[in-house]
Design a protein around this ligand. Structure first.
Ligand code: GLN
Length: 618
């Protein structure tokens, strides 16, 4: 007995749901395959496929999802987008309107007086649009159009020459429309090239899967979710979806929006593509058509999908995800820079004046508005505001503008604003132009949250008493680890220590090496860093003169857990386990003093980390 392996995603409830839907609507055999284009009459009337593609590139397909058929009118909104990009909205608006006609796809609905087709979804409008595709020659225009359709599908598409020839030879009604358009000056000169291009455009071979990906491309703002290629600019997408919403299903559009509620386009080849903006695309294929030229099963399946998966576009998800993912102040969370006691005390006293908001999700009016509210309500006493964008992938123009206003408001109150982990490129690209030039110095960017927090610490310290970190210690007596030691003990210790000098950039210790000494930093700065999986490094700590590191050396068999690199010229003193053992024998009180001070610093660190964890969990 052979066991057939389950399909890759058979375990998915979504896949199972689509399969069930396919079975449910298979018996629906109403309608008839289009025959007015002779070649279309040859298709298998029973073909049936359903595909859902999400904006993050997950594809669920059942039935004849890869069976080729001609795209027909489903191409119209995409061609309209090409014309908008090639000629600009004004030029396109001279040739075609955006008013639903409420009439059949092949109706001759021209605006009285101007002769302008009412919309680009009826044939008259689509032929006018074909006349606007960019390119110097018919071949260039065809390539431009097929190239765009291919980018939507994420694969190279081609024309079904037999269907093309069949429609060209029998498309007298469309030809008549072409001549009417010429009569009104909507098409320049001979309408035949525009008609040829239109017939070829309609004869492009696609699969149901292609339609779902085209729809998902529109849902995702113009980028194919699998190839990552941009098929159309984000700015053009709403124009395309608008005409799909109001005119996509011809004289059934009102009913469609009411019942299904998805911008969509049908074609006489049997395909329907439907878009749920921001979420997913649907492709359905079944060539039996109702009298209006829409796939019977296609309409039924879309209605069922919408009802049962809750997809009606006027029932959008509420903005449920809180944009502020974490909110804390510098009283609770500190940068990785260790602070000498005087600075630590200043930050403990004033840390509450620096607020950190970690944001998440896409920023637009509805998601940003609660953030603006929260920032305004907590403005009293604030001196520094940090906004972290690690989990923000997109901010629309409105959000960027509102953020600029927020920065202006903060700056006007005398606050410093720090923006961290803003993805280079698109995100907040327009911010610089939007912020009042007088406030240019009131805000800045940092590549890491930790560095942003340190920038806030610097701002607070500058306002409240300045930096207290000495660049170098004059003697061992000033070192924290030696607090409480007598002069004799210090002499003994000094003799036991080994001097280390490093220039900036030099590595003091490497991850994985055995820990061979406790290091007392006397001059300059050191950073403890670990490599990140995605490249680059993250710092765990930055230490300055008077601090110590590598205490694990005093425990048997320790290994370095991170690299230690000199940020500046560094002078340090090293205490090896052997030297420490000697001190324990020769001068136990000194050993106890050192251990006591080490314990005090680690207790402080534990306390700080505990407070941080509590703040981040709150
Ligand atoms: N090529 C077809 C025609 O012009 C397209 C019509 C459609 O799909 N509704 O008749």
């Amino acid at each position: 007995m052979t066991v057939t392996p389950p399909r890759a995603s058979a375990a998915s409830p979504v896949q199972a749901f689509l399969q069930e839907l396919l079975e449910r609507f298979k018996p629906l055999r109403d309608g008839a395959v289009a025959t007015y284009i002779p070649e279309l009459a040859k298709v298998d009337a029973d073909g049936f496929g359903i595909v859902i593609a999400t904006v993050d590139g997950q594809v669920y397909e059942v039935g004849d999802s890869r069976l080729p058929f001609t795209i027909q009118s489903v191409s119209k909104p995409l061609a309209y987008g090409v014309a908008l990009e090639d000629r600009g909205p004004e030029r396109v608006a001279q040739a075609v309107g955006v008013e639903p006609s409420g009439e059949a796809f092949n109706s001759i609905s021209l605006e009285p007086g101007t002769g302008r087709p009412l919309n680009p979804m009826i044939n008259a409008g689509a032929i006018a649009v074909a006349g606007l595709i960019g390119g110097d020659t018919p071949a260039a225009r065809l390539e431009r159009l097929i190239g765009a359709l291919s980018a939507y599908a994420g694969r190279e598409l081609a024309v079904d020459e037999a269907v093309f020839a069949s429609e060209r030879d029998t498309g007298h009604r469309n030809r008549a429309i072409g001549h009417l358009l010429r009569n009104y000056g909507i098409v320049d000169g001979d309408p035949e090239p525009a008609l040829e291009l239109y017939f070829r455009q309609c004869a492009v071979q696609v699969s149901c899967r292609d339609l779902a990906l085209m729809a998902a491309t529109l849902a995702g703002g113009g980028v194919n979710p699998i190839s990552g290629e941009r098929a159309v600019s984000a700015a053009t997408v709403p124009s395309i979806l608008s005409v799909m919403t109001t005119c996509g299903i011809y004289d059934f559009t009102g009913e469609w929006v009411y019942r299904v509620g998805l911008p969509a386009k049908s074609g006489v080849g049997g395909g329907i593509m439907a878009v749920l903006p921001g979420q997913l695309g649907i492709g359905v294929y079944s060539p039996r058509l109702d009298p209006r030229g829409n796939s019977v099963r296609g309409v039924a399946v879309c209605a069922a999908l919408s009802a049962e998966l809750g997809l009606h576009f006027l029932r959008p998800p509420r903005v449920a995800l809180a944009t502020v993912r974490a909110h804390y102040t510098l009283a609770e969370v500190r940068s990785r820079r260790r602070r000498p006691p005087a600075e630590a005390a200043l930050l403990a006293a004033h840390g509450g004046a620096a607020q950190v908001l970690e944001l998440q999700g896409d920023l637009r009016f509805a998601t940003l508005e609660p953030v603006l509210r929260q920032v305004a309500h907590s403005a009293a006493g604030r001196e520094c505001l940090l906004l972290d964008f690690k989990r923000v992938n997109h901010a629309d123009e409105a959000a960027t503008r509102l953020l600029a206003r927020l920065i202006d408001d903060c700056a006007a109150r005398g606050e410093q604003v720090v923006l961290t982990r803003v993805k280079r490129g698109e995100l907040l690209a327009g911010l610089g132009q939007e912020v009042d030039p007088r406030h240019a110095r009131a805000y800045g960017f940092q590549s890491q949250l930790d560095l942003g927090i340190e920038a806030c610490e610097r701002a607070l310290l500058a306002r409240h008493g300045g930096s207290h970190a000495p660049a170098r210690l004059a003697s061992l007596a000033e070192h924290r680890l030696c607090a409480g030691a007598s002069a004799d003990e210090l002499t003994l210790l000094e003799a036991a220590l080994q001097r280390r000098s490093l220039s900036a950039g030099q590595v003091l210790m490497r991850r994985g090496e055995p820990s061979e000494a406790l290091v007392l930093l006397m001059r300059g700065e050191l950073s403890v860093v670990v490599p990140l999986a995605q490249g680059g490094t993250r710092r765990l700590a930055t230490l300055s003169a008077g601090m110590a590191l590598g205490e694990s050396a005093l425990l048997a068999g320790g290994r370095r857990s991170a690299d230690v690199v000199a940020d500046t010229e560094v002078e340090a003193l090293a205490l090896t386990p052997a030297a420490f053992a000697q001190i324990r024998r020769d001068c136990p009180p000194l050993a106890i003093c050192l251990l006591h001070n080490l314990l005090a610093t680690s207790a402080e660190a534990v306390e700080r980390l505990t407070a941080e964890v509590a703040a981040l969990e709150a």
